[in-house]
Structures are given as C-alpha cells and as structure tokens.
Design a protein around this ligand. Structure first.
Ligand code: NAD
Length: 340
C-alpha cells in the first residue's frame, strides 16, 4: 500500500507510523506535515535517514490545494489517514481561527483533492469530544449520539466530521470516520495533561488542576487507538463512524494521584486553578460497533499503559526538554500564568 499520513510528526501520527512500519514493512508511507509547534520531525528521523525504510517526509499544509494534488499524483497514493489538526482545547479557546482553518477547511481540501485523484480509502481521525459532555449516570457515547461540541476545538472537529459525511453522501467518497477518547503514551506534546504533570512533578513544581479535578475522561493507550485506525483503514466501511475507547474512565484527580504515586512524589504538589470555560464534565465511549465489525479491543490496561508512558518520558527527558524549550514554554507562561 502507498499510504499518505497527514500530521505524522504529531503525537498520534508518530506512534501510528512507527507501529505501521513494524507491522507492515512493505507499506510505503508518506508523511505530510506542516510542522506547527506540535509537529516534531525528529520523532521519525531514523526512518527518514534510512533510505530503505519506505518512509518519506513531505513538508506542507493539508489546506494547500496545489501541493496536496501534486503529492497524490507524484506518489501514486492509494489511501489517506488524516491526523493533521490543531488539537489543543485551551489554545482553541484563546484563538479559534487556526482550528477552523486546518480542521475544517484543511480537511475539506484534502478530501476534495483525494476525490479528484480517485483515492480509494480515506480515514478521517476525529474525537469523542464532538459528542459534548455526559452526566454521571448517562450511558457512554455511541455512534448514534448527536454532535454537541462545546469548545471551538470540538466544534471544528465536528464540522470536519459533517463535511466527511457530506462527501460520502453526495459524492460516494470512500471516507470512514474514527472517534476516539483521550490518548496517552510516548511523544505527546507537554501541553497535554499526562506529559505536563510528568514534567511538573519531576521538577517538584505545582501541578495545575482545573476546577476541583472531578472531570472524567476515558483513557486509551495510543497504540490501541492506532490499531483502531489501522483496522478502519483495512476493514472499515465507507460512510461509517467508529468509536474507540480504552474502557478506563478516571477523574483528572485520580489520574494525577496515580502518577504522583508512581513517581514517588507528594500530593501536596497538586494546585487547583480556575476551571477551563465550557469544560466538559465526562466522556465515555461505547465501542461495541468497532468490536463487532473490526475486531477492535483495547489491549493495554491503564496501569500497564501509564507505567510504560512514565518509563518512556523518564528515558526520553531530552525529547521533552527539546519540545518544551520553544513555543511550549511561551504558551505555558501566558496561559497558566494568567489563569492562576
Ligand atoms: N490526542 C488525543 O487524545 C486525541 C484523541 C482523539 C482524537 N484525536 C485526533 O487525532 C489527531 C492527532 O492528534 P494529536 O494529539 O497527535 O495532535 P498533535 O497536535 O500532537 O499533532 C498534530 C500534527 O498535525 C500537524 N498539522 C497541524 N496543522 C496542519 C496542517 N494544516 N497541515 C499539515 N499538518 C498539520 C502538526 O504539525 C502536528 O504534527 C487530531 O486530529 C486529533 O483531533 C486526538
């Protein structure tokens, strides 16, 4: 297969490419990434430097019609997995515009170019956040739940999902949509909860927790999500949405306490900060359809996954320092500084 992955220098894209290269060494993978603050080309440098790896990096924007058209044509792409996005909720609250531009307009451009090129399969990677927020006793989100996004980020992802639906219904475009819960694992940019808490805790700094820490997320180890995307690429039905989850619901406070325990640090480091506006209370995913149709199951328990993740960040401190030194530091100072 000649596969175009977009946003492959980000957290999930990097893990996806590494895993697919391990499982399908014969696939030719082309990684189209704009290298925003969240994209790190170094993540896949070993593959890039090995001329027999079947991996090619392409610097560009999914919203650039001419560039994407040339990529699809020159590299004879069979299938596309679209991870490229602006992905951080807090940033979307500060400035929604880039979220609309990449997540909606960029995705539409990518689909249009692929439609013109006759691409056989397109997997659009979306999120559980498009469904909005659940009450404590409500059943988990199924693919039939209405889209009720509450943040500019989730609204932009929902916009792209609806456009993908329209491309399938209107043009018969072969797009499947995946919606997954919160991922964690190696290579996650340290503005997100788990790597941020790791950095702060190991530096002996206060850990900023929104509100009273009772918001619930369903955590999935990144390799399990990548497997879900792989299964969708290989077996997913065009026009179908597939939910993926980790079956590991936790309050933010429970998660942070577990991390502090594993890192041998004191809970007195926890510091409650003003809640995020529009903060969704709870997410939980019903992924029975993916189990039935795709044979998906999350294989990594939260305990195993968080252990592996902490080991990775401990062994790759240099990576963390590298990415935090630029845009990360500036953003953290502006955002959390203001909100304390
Ligand atoms: N992280 C999660 O928990 C989670 C959960 C469910 C779904 N998702 C979705 O998975 C996808 C990947 O998430 P992530 O956490 O890896 O994000 P990330 O922010 O770590 O990476 C995004 C990548 O996209 C690239 N990019 C941004 N704009 C681009 C553009 N216009 N053209 C080309 N490349 C561009 C960035 O350079 C970066 O490499 C996103 O679509 C996100 O909505 C994430």
């Amino acid at each position: 297969m000649r596969l175009l992955v977009t946003g492959g220098c980000g957290f999930i894209g990097t893990n996806f490419i590494l895993l697919m290269k391990e499982r399908h060494p014969d696939w030719k993978i082309f990684n189209l990434d704009k290298l925003t603050y969240a994209g790190n080309r170094k993540n896949l440098l070993k593959l890039e430097q090995d001329e027999n790896s079947g991996y090619t990096f392409l610097h560009g924007d999914i919203g650039d019609r001419e560039f994407v058209t040339a990529v699809l044509h020159d590299h004879k792409i069979d299938a596309i997995v679209n991870f490229a996005a602006e992905s951080h909720v807090d940033r979307s609250i500060n400035d929604p515009a880039p979220f609309l531009s990449t997540n909606i307009m960029g995705t539409q451009n990518l689909m249009e170019c692929a439609r013109q090129a006759g691409t056989e399969k397109f997997v659009h990677v979306s999120t559980d956040e498009v469904y909005g927020s659940l009450g404590p006793d409500e059943p988990a989100f199924s693919e039939k739940n209405p889209l009720q996004p509450n943040s500019p980020y989730s609204a932009s992802k929902a916009g792209a999902d609806l456009m993908a639906r329209a491309y399938f219904e209107t043009y018969g475009f072969p797009v499947s949509i995946t919606r997954c819960s919160n991922n964690y694992g190696p290579y996650q940019f340290p503005e997100k909860l788990i790597p941020l808490m790791f950095l702060k805790a190991t530096a002996g700094e206060k850990l900023p927790v929104y509100g009273d820490g009772s918001n619930i997320r369903d955590w999935i180890y990144v390799d399990d999500h990548c497997t879900g995307v792989e299964l969708t690429l290989l077996k997913g039905r065009p026009g179908q949405v597939y939910n993926f989850g980790g079956a590991a619901e936790k309050t933010n406070l429970e998660l942070i306490r577990e991390m502090l325990h594993l890192l041998n640090r004191d809970e007195s480091l926890i510091s409650y900060v003003k809640d995020r506006p529009g903060h969704d209370k709870r997410y939980a995913m019903d992924f029975k359809l993916a189990e039935k149709e795709l044979g998906f199951t999350p294989k990594t328990s939260f305990r195993q996954g968080i252990g592996k993740t902490i080991e990775w960040y401990t062994a790759n401190r240099e990576w963390l320092e590298d990415v935090r030194s630029g845009a990360y530091r500036e953003f953290m100072e502006n955002w959390y500084g203001e909100r304390k």
